[in-house]
Design a protein around this ligand. Structure first.
Ligand code: AKB
Length: 312
């Protein structure tokens, strides 16, 4: 039987590009995009689209039945910075949507699940350089706590109910198609928009704040790569560390100056600094490389070239 895929949160930063990549690969009619908000007209016209609140189990089950879905990518979530403003809403969305999807898989109504975790699962007691796959995890944000809890539940559903759930811990993601919404790493996208528009950027993180990041094309390849891997090759059912590039705001500003020599960056750290300070600087992703062949492609210079060229 041919795959039929549902993407939840398809209008978000990752969802938009993931939908496009999966539609290219499997055919638009086999990939149902869904979101709590209506997508752009082009997006909705390019293939099946459903309005869906991922916390509503019955609505989700109805879409799964109507479209004969076998694989779900659950991309809806409230990110780190915004979740600190709405802790209980964030917890409700991030956890209820996960349980809804895992329960459908447990009842065998879907066969395979992708669920994104994040570097936010780590905390200030985690080793920050080359952060290992298995290490101390004491997240201090609502988002991080929800992702760490989610990882434990994914592992539990796999071990006890045989659910084929796969996950990666995304670093900060950078893309020109859709802007991120409410994350701590969002500065690394905003900076390109402002560089082109104003020639300067006031950064909400301090100079020297190194964080793990990744160009979106690499993240999409990783997402599809882990879902393509043979079931027996997926040895970790909580979530895999995933690394691309790590840099601080100064380094991204310097890479922009290669194209816009007068570009200026100033610093006005806010509450997001404390979140960034609790996250790793670099990640050891050797398990993902070994188990399912992960390898990143984009470096900072190449990403900057692509971002500026496309945002222009
Ligand atoms: C955020 O900043 O909250 C996200 C993430 C690292 O998961 N981009």
């Amino acid at each position: 039987m041919k795959k039929r895929i549902l993407i939840i949160g398809a209008c978000g930063q990752i969802g938009t590009e993931l939908t496009e990549a999966l539609r290219k690969r499997f055919g638009a009619d086999r990939v149902v995009a869904s979101d709590i908000r209506e997508g752009t007209p082009e997006f909705v016209q390019n293939g099946p689209f459903e309005l869906l609140d991922a916390t509503d189990f019955d609505a989700l089950e109805d879409i799964v039945f109507r479209h004969k879905i076998d694989t779900v990518y659950l991309m809806a979530a409230m990110l780190s910075a915004i979740a600190e403003r709405f802790p209980s809403k964030a917890w409700h969305l991030n956890m209820t949507s996960l349980f809804n999807v895992l329960d459908l898989a447990k009842e065998n109504k879907i066969k395979k699940v992708f669920w994104p975790s994040s570097i936010a699962v780590f905390g200030s007691t985690t080793p920050r350089e080359n952060t290992p796959q298995t290490t101390i995890m004491e997240p201090s944000t609502v988002y991080g706590i929800s992702k760490q809890t989610g990882e434990r539940w994914c592992e539990y559903y796999h071990k006890n109910y045989g659910v084929d759930v796969r996950s990666i811990r995304y670093p900060g993601l950078i893309s020109y198609t859709t802007e991120p919404g409410g994350g701590t790493t969002d500065y690394a996208v905003e900076i390109y928009h402002r560089a082109l528009k104003n020639g300067n950027y006031r950064c909400f993180l301090k100079a020297g704040t190194v964080l793990p990041m990744m160009y979106m094309a690499d993240a999409i390849r990783a997402t599809i790569g882990i879902m393509d891997a043979k079931e027996q090759d997926i040895k970790i059912r909580s979530s895999y560390n995933l690394a691309g590039i790590s840099f601080d705001p100064e380094e991204i500003a310097s890479s922009i100056r290669e194209h816009i020599p007068d570009f200026e960056i100033t610093y006005e750290p806010d509450f997001r600094q404390a979140i960034a300070d609790s996250w790793p600087k670099t990640i050891d992703d050797s398990d993902a490389r070994k188990d399912w062949g992960w390898k990143h492609e984009y470096d900072l210079a190449e990403m900057t070239r692509i971002m500026l060229e496309n945002l222009k």
